[in-house]
Design a protein around this ligand. Structure first.
Ligand SMILES: [Zn+2]
Ligand SMILES: [Zn+2]
Length: 333
């Protein structure tokens, strides 16, 4: 089969690889659609902003059809349409048994440490798949994985009706935060995003105002008097700006990941404002909620899909995410 393989040091190559074979407790899925994630961009950056073990087939935000099951799998039907938690939890380690599966010490992430879904077929543990309605367009079903992570982040912020929010970054994750915060009853939502291509999308999914980082610095006291009650860093390197944007008693959700970021922080502001700085990593029992949100059509997510492209165009598609021109590129292998 054809697959997009990360071969190390910035090299992503679409080439032939053997078809995968499911282990006894795994299923094999024919990939219908797979989104390109910011972490895919980080993996193929030089130096990498996200670790991985090349050579590896990347891609972890996907929907597909179960085509084969291992001998020990009895509760997943062949032919079922499923989305997948690409960070399979062991269920047995200390964090798993303490109710913090995101911190599972035995996660072997698909598309990072084992082969992922930018390919015709992918195998995954059977207990990481979730059925999804065949009525959901494939492009939107491929958003379930990042949405599950964003629902976790929104839960961390515990937003109350009418509260204001500032979201730094209006790529796919920022836009999903805007959509979920809007659906959760947020008041004013300001998005801060340098790319002019992304501003109309951020507005379409629920932002009241979208400004560039320069405009935010110049206008923030008028745009968000007193600071925001919820602040989201969907960039991975803007903690200082997030602290500055936060009002008294605000919750600051740190979501974006950039392993190279070492920002200088004005620490006393956290103390004086009584801020809660909340790391939010992957999903946390939030796949069912994300699937219900997508199936219900309650979020206006279609404007996020910039383009759907074939697998052979994966390298160009990822470049469009990196440039800031696209919000979400979906690949159909
Ligand atoms: Zn992702
Ligand atoms: Zn575990």
């Amino acid at each position: 089969m054809r697959a997009a393989v990360y071969e190390g040091e910035g090299r992503l190559v679409v080439r032939d690889v053997p078809d995968p074979v499911p282990a006894a407790d795994e299923v094999m899925i024919e990939v219908e659609a797979c989104g390109v994630c910011g972490s895919d961009v980080q993996i193929i950056s030089v130096p990498p902003g996200h670790p991985s073990t090349p050579p590896v087939v990347i891609g972890h935000e996907f929907v597909g059809w179960v085509r084969a099951t291992g001998s020990a799998v009895h509760d997943v039907a062949i032919g079922a349409r499923v989305v997948v938690d690409p960070d399979p939890k062991c269920g047995a380690c200390d964090p798993c048994r303490s109710g913090r599966p995101a911190n599972c010490v035995n996660i072997v992430a698909l598309g990072v440490y084992r082969d992922g879904a930018l390919a015709r077929y992918v195998t995954t543990p059977a207990d990481s798949v979730y059925p999804i309605s065949t009525d959901v367009p494939a492009e939107l079903a491929a958003l379930v994985e990042p949405l599950a992570c964003v629902v976790n982040g929104t839960n961390r912020a515990a937003i109350r009706p009418g509260e204001s929010a500032v979201v730094f970054g209006a790529g796919a994750i920022g836009c999903l935060f805007i959509a979920v915060l809007r659906a959760s009853g947020a008041g004013r939502i300001v998005a801060v995003e340098p790319s002019a291509h992304r501003a109309p999308v951020a507005r379409a999914v629920g932002a009241d105002v979208v400004v560039t980082p320069e405009e935010w610095v110049a206008q923030r006291t008028e745009l968000m008097p007193g600071g925001a009650e919820v602040v989201v860093d969907a960039v991975g390197s803007v903690l200082p700006q997030a602290i500055e944007a936060a009002g008294m008693g605000a919750r600051v959700v740190m979501f974006g990941m950039n392993g190279n970021a070492r920002p200088e922080v004005h620490q006393v502001e956290i103390v004086e404002k009584g801020l809660a700085i909340l790391g939010s990593y992957i999903s946390n029992f939030t796949f069912p909620a994300a699937i219900r949100l997508v199936e219900s059509g309650r979020l206006n997510l279609a404007p996020m899909i910039t383009a759907t492209v074939p697998l052979e165009d994966a390298v160009a598609g990822i470049a469009r995410i990196r440039s800031g021109e696209a919000v979400k590129i979906v690949i159909k292998p």
